[in-house]
Write a protein that binds this ligand. Structure first.
Ligand code: CTP
Ligand code: MG
Length: 262
């Protein structure tokens, strides 16, 4: 189903077709379990709970499209086959978004605990006029540049560095142009947009939007989940929602990055 049935004005693309090689042997990462549910179920539950969400499109592993549809049957989502790279998977999902969505967010299934508030703050920055928006956190570790022999070349000034999360938000035409013109593979969508010379705005990220990459991250996510209640299972807000997103109904702010510590 690719018709627009919900009230929210934002389409969210969820690249979920990766194999999770760094997580070790097993199912594709989005299908691995955290507290008894697939990472993708956690991700979709959190996205669907955001009032701005009008459509969710999942780019699933090509061999698992039917399985993912069944897994997410209780949510109002569109599932398409992803591609060989993250960038291709995002392009596959973008192609399924009806043209009446002007605002598009891209969110890694691997960041399955990103809270609905983060969707709202990225969407709010887009509505306020930004072309492209990324959630960021200050870098906590000291960062050093090394050479091929692992000899330290310099200590980098971390005060100007940010760790980048998803959901990343874009005006749809900007994201579509970036994908149409991308000459290389980028690790995130904002990278493609930057390469086009479009200004990208940073907003405060959220620790809960951590990316599950290695087994240790799964353990961290389990601890986060145990300490923070999950969002309830909700479809995207319906047209008669009593609380639609609007400039007069701003989202709650995400946690602010604090001053770097040593
Ligand atoms: N992704 C995707 N299609 C691909 C590769 C990655 O949709 N061909 C998605 C992943 O499912 C994940 C997000 O992009 O939600 C970020 O990628 P990453 O964390 O690297 O996940 P994997 O590629 O699955 O992990 P690995 O690189 O360890 O195999
Ligand atoms: Mg990968």
């Amino acid at each position: 189903m690719t018709t627009r049935t919900a009230f929210g004005d934002v389409a969210i693309l969820v690249p979920a077709a990766g194999m999770g090689v760094r997580l070790g042997p097993g199912q594709p990462k989005a299908l691995r379990e955290l507290a008894g549910e697939a990472l993708l179920v956690h991700a979709v539950r959190n996205l669907a709970a955001a009032p701005s969400t009008g459509l969710i499109v999942i780019a699933a592993p090509a061999d698992d499209v039917d399985l993912v549809r069944d897994l997410l049957a209780r949510f109002d989502v569109v599932v398409v086959a992803g591609g060989a790279t993250r960038q291709e998977s995002v392009a596959c999902a973008l192609a399924a978004v009806p043209l009446d969505f002007d605002l598009v967010l891209v969110h890694d299934a691997a960041r399955c605990l990103a809270p609905p508030e983060l969707v709202e703050s990225v969407a709010a920055a887009l509505r306020a006029g930004s072309q492209a928006v990324i959630p960021v956190l200050p870098v906590a570790d000291t960062i050093k540049r090394v050479d091929d022999a692992e000899t330290v070349v310099e200590t980098v000034d971390r005060s100007v560095l940010r760790a980048v999360q998803t959901p990343q938000g874009f005006r749809r035409d900007v994201l579509a142009a970036a994908h149409a013109s991308a000459a290389a593979q980028h690790t995130d969508d904002a990278g493609m947009v930057e390469a086009m010379g479009v200004r990208v705005t940073a907003v405060p990220g959220d620790d809960r939007a951590l990316k599950i990459t290695r087994p240790f991250d799964l353990a961290v996510a389990a601890a986060v989940l145990a300490s923070v209640p999950a969002a309830p299972d909700t479809p995207p807000a319906s047209a008669d929602s009593p609380n639609p997103p609007s400039p007069a109904n701003p989202p709650s702010p995400a946690s602010s990055p604090s001053a770097p510590e040593s």
